[in-house]
Design a protein around this ligand. Structure first.
Ligand SMILES: *[C@@H]1O[C@H](CO)[C@@H](O)[C@H](O)[C@H]1NC(C)=O
Ligand SMILES: *[C@@H]1O[C@H](CO)[C@@H](O)[C@H](O)[C@H]1NC(C)=O
Length: 166
């Protein structure tokens, strides 16, 4: 009895190491694109962790301003699209975990929003970031800059009826 028990301790440790990897075998990001008024060409960097389980989007030109004489509301948007290889039995979704912004205003309302959707029957993910400022009156001024968004991938395995989150 005791022998059997001690045998199973190293086995359990080995099994937990396998489960702890961040992406399922066969998962890959095959292409990345971005488009929108908040991310003109060559203004945005999408940088992945080595295992592709998380990434950061760094924006260099994602700012909205309001001031007397400028249009209000003023809004910008950027959509980052990932094409994926997803192993059979898994669904993937994106979860934004942190957004770095700079805001300064005098008499403005608005804010930013980050949304993610799954398209292409599960093989494409889109993350859309929007920033908007509105003047309260004709003297309002303000600026809102989106600097970066941190995103993690979440995998659900319906083959194993188990939900794995990182
Ligand atoms: C973006 O960068 C690429 C590579 O440096 C360059 O060929 C292209 O002209 C740039 N596009 C714009 C709109 O600046
Ligand atoms: C996986 O995605 C499919 C298609 O969108 C959906 O029908 C199914 O419910 C999802 N399964 C899980 C476990 O999220």
């Amino acid at each position: 009895m005791l022998k059997t028990f001690t045998f199973f301790i190293p086995f359990a440790l080995a099994a937990s190491c396998i489960v702890a990897r961040n992406t399922p075998e066969g998962f890959a990001v095959t292409n990345t694109n971005y488009h929108g008024s908040g991310c003109p060409p060559n203004s945005t960097l999408v940088s992945f962790t080595p295992d592709s389980s998380a990434f950061i989007i760094v924006y260099e030109a994602f700012g909205v301003n309001i001031a007397p004489g400028l249009p209000s509301p003023n809004s910008k948007t950027c959509t980052v699209t990932l094409d994926l290889a997803v192993p059979t039995g898994y669904n993937v979704s994106l979860a934004p975990v942190n957004t770095e912004t700079f805001r300064q205003d005098d008499g403005a309302t608005g804010g930013f929003d980050v949304n993610s959707v799954v398209t292409g029957a599960g093989t494409q993910l889109e993350l859309t970031t929007t920033a908007v400022l509105m003047a309260k009156d004709s003297t309002s001024t303000g600026m809102l800059v989106v600097d970066s968004v941190d995103v993690v991938s979440r995998f659900s395995s319906f083959a194993l009826l188990k939900h794995i989150q990182f």
